[in-house]
Design a protein around this ligand. Structure first.
Ligand code: SF4
Length: 691
């Protein structure tokens, strides 16, 4: 079946046969048929999305087993949904049911659209929104943004419209009059039954967390038989983000907002039929008292002045606190105030639910059948959020496998929790449930899968490493500035010599931008450094320089692709997944090797963890992560077989340190290395003349 699909694909105009794509598809077919896990490194150009989707569709058609395809971001998931999946489905005579599932904040709320009010200066917006909500689409931010842009609505206004109509964190759900046509709940319903579901890592992880918190009673995706993880190198980051938790005024505000939403929903659900006198009032009083006591619980605790990076207060395993890397950033005495707030909030959550349930029992006999059903549905809807917050707070107070720390904020302080090592959690919550196929263009370090196998906790997966598709030795040149041209990067933002370093970096970048008249992506390891260099860059005629943060990443990406001579300065999120083929990107500049410098309590704790294992944190963690990120960054330049351009790595340690050579060895072989701007100019001229 897969072979026939490939033959139909290759018969299409403009499609080239790619033996590596078929090899990858065969490998995935074997994993599906034997229900065994695997890892594939598929360099850019292999066509890995189709190599995975064709076996997945064929497998569902033969076995009727459900497959979830997950990728790093919602934007990438939508790319699968709008581009790769329709093409893959068109190659089969029959199609499985398919669904796109994303987090609630990615969908528009019909209730909010109906009640949205905008200033008189933009009277058409209301009409546009009404028109859009009646059109066929998934109701996503992307769909709305595209529609409004086509209507000529400026980008900043599109953003604020979206903020006004996005699905809120808690809503009326089943008692909402639009529940049965709601974009978000409709996507959830489809995701729970579709043969193939396309989603993001965050959604898969949230599903796993919901199942864990409810002993499998509640699930967002329902049971599935195989998981395909694209951009698998980003799964570590996604898991850390999903499991991190913080306690501050924002959390208390959210808790109170959820309690208020619960009370409002009960009020709205019951008033269509006369409710028993006193029931709604009792619920409201309990919620109001809960809000007051939660605020007091936070305000009642005083935290001494904290260093900017924060301090650790609890770690598991406990002996890590004595490791040199963490000891000086550890304040066991500050655990007591954190525990005091956690205990108070946990007690308030438990008390609120006890009181609500008691009130319901007291009035149950006076409620009609429909009213009872409505109240019970509302309780089910809200209970999970409170149970999860209770569990997270407990983990923050007594982490079982991670770190708790406190750090200063503008409004006071916040306490945070994050696991140190994610392999055990992933193994228990994902890999032991169903087999998985992990794929990425960069899943090996030093040409071996060992690092990611270990960090992701996937035991003895089958492995496939495919060769590069593009001719990098012809399509690109690597510029490493001569020794002495740029000083070593400063250790931190306020180190001596930092200012001179930023100045020199800005001069070198300006010279490189002049060479290609813009058309450049400049990637930094920190926001601070990016802004310092940005303000020192000399303006270039007809070259627009954009910087991450001035608009949404999706909007900046679009503008960069449309304006051929533009330049984009970016940090972490542009190192990976960013796709700008063609002449709009001919000059990729990586300003420094993105080593993790252990300054925050979490970074120090991770270093302590490796030290406690008898390993060197730099060689076991920082260096492999940096090698992988350098490969990802490098991969932004050549996206198609006819792309050409230069990659400049402006970190002198590429020449002076042994790990510089190791990083080079992780890049595609045979790339010419150039050490002067003139030689670079010559190389570009030669390329321009090439047939
Ligand atoms: S169910 Fe919730 S998200 Fe959906 S339209 Fe109603 S209020 Fe909005």
């Amino acid at each position: 079946m897969v072979e026939a699909a490939f033959q139909r694909l290759e018969a299409q105009a403009g499609y080239e046969t790619r033996p590596v794509q078929r090899e990858m598809a065969r490998f995935i077919c074997e994993r599906l048929e034997s229900q065994s896990s695997g890892m594939v490194e598929a360099p850019t150009g292999v066509g890995k999305s189709l190599a995975a989707l064709l076996p997945a569709i064929a497998y569902w058609l033969q076995e009727k087993k459900r497959i979830v395809v997950s990728t790093y971001t919602n934007v990438l998931a939508e790319q699968y949904w709008h581009k790769d999946l329709p093409l893959a489905l068109s190659l089969f005579p029959n199609a499985p049911s398919v669904a796109l599932a994303m987090g609630r904040s990615r969908y528009a709320c019909i209730d909010a659209i109906r009640s949205a009010k905008f200033k008189r200066a933009t009277p058409d917006l209301t009409r546009y929104l009404q028109e859009w909500s009646g059109l066929p689409h998934e109701g996503t931010e992307t769909a709305l943004s595209q529609f409004l842009r086509q209507k000529g609505v400026p980008a900043p206004l599109v953003r604020s419209v979206w903020e006004a109509v996005a699905v809120p964190p808690a809503c009326r759900a089943k008692v909402c009059p639009y529940y049965h046509s709601c974009f978000y709940y409709e996507a959830r319903r489809r995701a729970a039954s579709a043969g193939i579901v396309v989603t993001s890592h965050a959604f898969v992880l949230t599903d796993a967390m919901v199942r864990a918190a409810t002993n499998d009673e509640v699930s967002l995706l329902d049971d599935y038989d195989f998981l395909i993880v694209d951009e698998a190198h980003d799964l570590l980051d996604a898991t850390a983000s999903a499991l991190e938790f913080s306690l501050d005024e924002g959390l208390v505000d959210t808790l109170i907002a959820h309690a208020a939403a619960l009370s409002n929903q009960i009020d709205e659900a019951l008033t269509s039929e006369k409710p028993p006198s006193g029931f709604i009032m009792s619920v409201q009083k309990q919620v109001e008292a809960f809000a007051l006591r939660c605020r007091e619980a936070l305000r009642g605790v005083k935290m001494p002045p904290l260093p900017r990076e924060g301090v650790a207060v609890r770690v598991a395993p406990a002996e890590l606190a004595h490791q040199p890397a963490l000891a000086s950033a550890f304040r066991a005495d500050l655990h007591a105030p954190v525990a005091q707030v956690v205990d108070a909030l946990c007690a308030e959550i438990s008390r609120l639910w006890r009181e609500l349930e008691q009130t319901y029992r007291d009035f149950k006999a006076e409620l009609t059948e429909r009213q009872r059903e409505a109240v019970e549905a509302i309780f089910v809807q809200f209970r999970y959020g409170f149970v999860q917050t209770h569990q997270n707070l407990s983990r923050l107070k007594e982490p079982t496998e991670g770190l708790s720390w406190v750090e200063p904020t503008e409004r006071g302080w916040k306490a945070c929790y994050e696991p140190l090592i994610l392999a055990d959690w992933l193994r228990e919550r994902l890999w032991q449930r169903q087999p998985a196929l992990l794929m990425s263009a960069t899943l090996t370090v030093d040409r071996r899968f060992d690092f990611f196998v270990q960090q992701l906790g996937l035991e003895t997966p089958h492995q496939l490493q495919l060769p590069p598709v593009f001719d990098y030795s012809r399509q690109c040149a690597l510029y490493l500035p001569p020794l002495g041209a740029i000083p070593d990067p400063p250790q931190h933002a306020h180190a001596q010599g930092a200012s001179a370093y930023y100045q020199r970096l800005a001069e070198e970048i300006t010279a490189l931008l002049r060479l290609t008249q813009g058309r450049a992506l400049v990637l930094f390891a920190s926001r601070h450094e990016m802004h310092e260099v940005y303000r020192r860059i000399s303006p270039l005629p007809n070259v627009r320089i954009m910087i991450q943060g001035e608009s949404s990443n999706a909007d900046l990406s679009r503008q960069f692709r449309e304006d051929v001579h533009s330049v984009l300065f970016g940090v972490r999120s542009f190192w990976t997944g960013f796709d700008a083929p063609g002449e709009t990107l001919m000059n990729l500049i990586l300003t420094r090797i993105p080593f993790e410098v252990p300054t925050t309590p979490l970074q120090r704790a991770r270093q302590a963890w490796f030290e406690a294992q008898g390993a060197n944190a730099f060689t076991a963690w920082s260096l492999p992560m940096a090698k992988q990120q350098m490969r990802q960054g490098f991969g932004r330049l050549i996206r198609r077989a006819n792309d050409t351009g230069i990659v400049a790595i402006l970190d002198p340690r590429m020449r002076t340190k042994p790990y510089g050579r190791e990083i080079l060895n992780n890049l595609p072989a045979g790339i010419p290395i150039i050490d002067s701007i003139d030689a670079l100019k010559h190389w570009l001229n030669q390329q321009a003349k090439a047939p």
